[in-house]
Write a protein of this length. Structure first.
Length: 228
């Protein structure tokens, strides 16, 4: 969190009853809560208050949640949990691909929402990473990645995944280990998240799953960063 004693959560939903319900549950967990009813108001609130977590409904009037998520990622590292309609798999995949950290399907249990938020807040940040294959440099202190002398822009999740692999180049990390290290041991979501973010990371690194230069898939086990 950004110097606060309690987490600040922004709830973005055009339905006031949902905003009030979520606010009540989060305040009972000693979290600070602010709300917004549409996309532009959400972006303004993120710039002004720098929340730790943004709960973001996809189906917003005007500027929808997908576009809000895309724009906020240009200036904010807040955790983003998207609320999607049942069966809208496309929204979930698109949201994750542009930087959302998790998603929850409506109608949802407020208790599950609280559990997801707590899991995000407990997720460890990346520690300094060294090693890895030639052509790839990971600087955890500066949160920078360079491939063949070209800077690469990654989301928080993508960077944390790469840093976790780079700390142990050549070592296979299981899916469970990566979920624990990046999302935290209390992660309660779908491990499909991992596949989406690994695929996105590979694309940004210019990597190919079939002939990996950096991130290798070990079938039935997990992933590893190729050693030097």
């Amino acid at each position: 969190m950004t110097g606060r004693n309690t987490a600040l959560v922004l709830v973005v939903d055009d339905e006031q009853p949902i905003r009030e319900l979520v606010r009540t549950y989060l305040r009972s967990e000693r979290m600070d809560v602010i709300t917004a009813a549409d996309g532009p108001a959400a972006l303004d609130a993120i710039r002004e208050h720098a929340p730790d977590v943004v709960i973001l409904d996809v189906m917003l009037p005007g500027l929808d949640g997908i576009e809000v998520c895309r724009r906020l990622r240009s200036f904010s590292d807040a955790y983003v949990l998207m609320l999607t309609a049942r069966g809208e798999e496309t929204d979930r995949v698109v949201g994750l691909s542009i930087g959302a950290d998790d998603y929850l399907v409506k109608p949802f249990s407020p208790r599950e929402l609280v559990a997801r938020i707590k899991a995000l807040l407990r997720r460890p940040r990346a520690a300094p990473a060294t090693g890895g294959p030639a052509g790839l440099a990971v600087d955890a202190q500066r949160h920078e990645v360079v491939v063949d002398n070209r800077p690469v822009s990654l989301t928080v999740i993508e960077f944390d995944l790469l840093a976790a692999l780079a700390r142990e180049p050549g070592v296979v990390l299981t899916r469970e280990q990566l979920l624990d290290r990046v999302w935290g041991q209390d992660f309660v979501g779908d491990d499909h998240l991992l596949d989406v973010h690994i695929a996105k990371l590979r694309r940004k690194l210019g990597d190919e799953a079939a002939e990996p230069r950096f991130v290798e898939t070990v079938r039935g086990v997990g992933f590893r960063l190729r050693d030097r």
